[in-house]
Every structure is written in structure tokens, then in C-alpha cells.
Design a protein around this ligand. Structure first.
Ligand code: SAH
Length: 242
């Protein structure tokens, strides 16, 4: 059954007055008729609603269903901004892999030149990517996207376990930290990934002073958009496939 995340203002008691975007999807893409059922998600709850008037976009609640497709850990990804559309790729894929929060970081070697204000203009577009990826992958929540931060602001996003992927650890054969971290006891994890050119040594030192552990992601050097997906996959594997 098709899934839709619903904005709060569309809900009135047992009815949903669907917004224009979802309405268009229901009518033109899915070609729904009166009487068809869809899944609606809001406030972390999941419901079956019946379409009672497809032309006006009115739905009526049938029942709540109880399902959980979320990872049992809260994961924050702090991701140093890569070139243009790579960020959108990571938004979509990390949502599929279960990330809870994405924090864009502007680091020393970020190629892209932007600032918090310019970046915020793209929020609507980014939110749409997150919403659609959440619907497609059966998420119960849409991941949060924070505003653009600088290295000094990292401490507010730290978790039980905090890891920065550092390719120099990989090159020196120091492969143990990530394995040890995922086999420890934790409820939340922050993972940090650098840009195309990697982090500078001084940036890594600063993060270590914040209590963040550097880690290798194996013997091969991954592209900056591959690294967070590898990390999220490993966490998902270790938590769910047993
Ligand atoms: N230009 C660098 C590689 C940067 S890779 C070089 O050639 O050495 C981009 C980011 O991905 C890095 O900042 C790091 O966070 C992550 N990364 C990629 N491969 C990695 C690996 N094998 N181990 C740890 N981190 C890795």
C-alpha cells in the first residue's frame, strides 16, 4: 500500500485534507479512486486511511497499524559537504539505510563554497528528497536535516559513540576502532565523514579533543559519498541481521 507522510495542518479529527503535492501523486501517479486505502504517517504513528473524495483530496481514518521499521539506535551523520548532487545522493541513500539526523558540515577542504544562508535556500528541495526516500523505504520517521555547521559546532551533535572516518588510519593499517565501537553497548552513534580531499590533520586533532574516535573503513579508500553508506550498512547489519 502506498505510504504518505502527512503535514500536521492537513489533519482535522478523523479526516485528512491532503496537500497539493500528495494529492497530485494520488490522483495522477497512483490513479486512486474513492474507496481506495493508503497508509498515512504522522507523529511517529502509522494509520490506514480511506480515500473518500479523490477529487477534493479527502481521506478518512480507518485504523492505526503498529509497525516499526526504524533501527534500534539513533544515528547522526555529520557529513562534510561534497560537490553538488552528491549531497542529494547521500540524503536519499542514508535515509534508506536508517539515519536519524543529517548534519551538513563545512570543513577546510570542502570544495563547495557556500554559507548557512545560501545552503538553507535548498531546504525545501532536500526535505522533499528525505520525505520521498522515507516513504519508499518504509521509514516511520523522516530524518532531520540540520542547518550547515562548522567544526566547532560538532559537540552539540555527539552521541554515546562518536566516530570520524579517517583514511590515514586505513593507510596505517589501524582497522580496529569501528569494529570495537559497534560491538560495545550504545543507544546512539554519531558518524563523521570528510570531503573529497579528506580532513586536515588539525581538524582530526580537534575532533579527537572532543572525544571523537578516528576509524578506518578498511583497506580501500572510498569516495566521500560511499563512506557514510558503508558505515550505516555496517551498523544496520550488526543491529538487525542476527
Ligand atoms: N583524498 C583522500 C581520501 C578522502 S576520502 C585520499 O586520497 O587519501 C573522503 C572521506 O571518506 C574521508 O575524509 C573519510 O572520512 C572517508 N573515507 C574514505 N575511505 C576511508 C577509509 N578507508 N577509512 C576511513 N575513512 C575513509
Amino acid at each position: 500500500m502506498q505510504r504518505y507522510f502527512i503535514d500536521k495542518e492537513c489533519i482535522d479529527h478523523d479526516c485528512i485534507y491532503i496537500d497539493a503535492y500528495n494529492h497530485k501523486h494520488m490522483q495522477r501517479v497512483m490513479r486512486y479512486h474513492d474507496g481506495d486505502d493508503v497508509i498515512c504517517l504522522y507523529d511517529g504513528h502509522t494509520y490506514i486511511y480511506q480515500i473518500i473524495d479523490i477529487d477534493k483530496g479527502i481521506l478518512k481514518k480507518k485504523e492505526e497499524i503498529y509497525e516499526n521499521h526504524e533501527l534500534d539506535v539513533d544515528i547522526t551523520l555529520i557529513y562534510s559537504l561534497p560537490k553538488n548532487d552528491k549531497f542529494e545522493f547521500v540524503l536519499q541513500k542514508s535515509t534508506e539505510l536508517g539515519v536519524n539526523r543529517i548534519v551538513p558540515l563545512l570543513s577546510k577542504r570542502s570544495i563547495i563554497k557556500t554559507d548557512a544562508k545560501t545552503f538553507s535556500k535548498k531546504y525545501e528541495r532536500y526535505h522533499k528528497i528525505l520525505k520521498e526516500a522515507s516513504e519508499q523505504s518504509y521509514r516511520n520517521h523522516i530524518p532531520e536535516l540540520s542547518s550547515l555547521i562548522y567544526l566547532d559546532e560538532i559537540p552539540q551533535y555527539l552521541s554515546d559513540i562518536n566516530l570520524v572516518a579517517y583514511e590515514e588510519d586505513a593507510k596505517q593499517g589501524k582497522h580496529h576502532s569501528f569494529y570495537e565501537a559497534i560491538h560495545s553497548h550504545y543507544h546512539s552513534m554519531t558518524i563523521i565523514v570528510g570531503p573529497e580531499g579528506g580532513f586536515e590533520q588539525a581538524e582530526i586533532d580537534k575532533m579527537k579533543d572532543m572525544g571523537i574516535i578516528s576509524c578506518s573503513l578498511g583497506k580501500r579508500i572510498l569516495r566521500s559519498e560511499t563512506a557514510p553508506l558503508y558505515m550505516l550498512s555496517v551498523v544496520g547489519y550488526s543491529r538487525e541481521l542476527k
